[in-house]
Design a protein around this ligand. Sequence first.
Ligand code: NAD
Length: 361
Amino acid sequence: MECKIALIPGDGIGPEIVREAKKVLDRTAEIYGHTFHYETLLMGGCSIDAYGEPLTEETLAKAKASDAVLLGAVGGNVGNSRWYDVAPNLRPEAGLLKIRKGLGLFANIRPAMLYDELKAACPLKESIIGDGFDMVIMRELTGGLYFGEHKTEEIDGIRKSTDVLVYDENEIRRIAIKAFDIAMKRRKVVTSVDKANVLDSSRLWRAVVNEVAKDYPEVTLNHMLVDNCAMQLVMNPGQFDVILTENMFGDILSDEASMITGSIGMLSSASLGAGKLGLYEPSHGSAPDIAGKDIANPIATILSAAMLLRYSFDLDREADAIEAAVAKVLKDGYRTGDIMSDGCTKVGTTAMGDRITENLV
Ligand code: NAD
């Protein structure tokens, strides 16, 4: 297969972690007989330095013309006046909003899984962790409360604020289809999370999800109220496969789910739109405090590259191989500083990328 991949290393540790993910992608292409064509693009602070803005139209057009985008992270120390003493739309992070909008991404996927070897980092009791957990949270990204009308007014001396929560059935249907498609690649269970006992938008959500489910007879669909889901994530996380939910609920639940995995350096993510084009990135930021020191954990970015192969190119076997190589390296006891524990071998960013590359089969 021939694929065009846009690489956006960004700022801080971005270039180091994307370099390691590319190393892994190159070796995967070699083993499985694919050709990946890369184009490296500037976004964030480095684009401000080069072009005076965080994402130029030309760069966005190049990202759109690719089959998938792998992003490191953007942004720097807020004390960096060169990047931050400007209008918000000219700061590094504005590039992120612009590229997500420009690529029409409406579904965010964050996996939360617990590696056996990292169980000690999980804040839950062993009796709750059991055999571990492996779920993805699919969050709607472009609708709901965050995008409805917001206003604050003063009526008869009393301040009053309103935020409007709107979803139409098409917005719900398109993300539900993505969730069921992803469930078909996994354990085939979708838990749709809403607040249908109170909200009309949730009742519509539930109705449309039920309609979509009819096209996926192999997938088991459960509905769960959001307050119960927040409890279940810390009571019995092993029950979840794909959690499908709207924007604000997903914002909160995906952070909760990521915390129970224990390490920020391990968390990958994908944002998908209507076609196959997606944006893949670690869930963490640019970590300027550790940039250039060869100590950043590249695994979140490497696992994001695995998601890129799985969701943009349907290369499931290759994605499985990358995930297995990561698990093997952890099993062999190699750790970057952020996930280091007694008896393990501490390695830097480059060495971790090398170990994972060597273990690809
Ligand atoms: P951060 O995620 O960059 O760092 C938080 C802490 O986690 C730091 O101590 C950092 O050293 C550590 N850390 C993060 N990634 C790590 C890794 N791979 N390996 C080891 N340790 C890691 O969050 P922050 O400090 O709040 O933000 C720093 C910059 O990143 C800011 O400019 C912020 O705006 C930006 N940011 C960008 C994105 C993105 O590009 N998607 C997301 C979040 C924050």
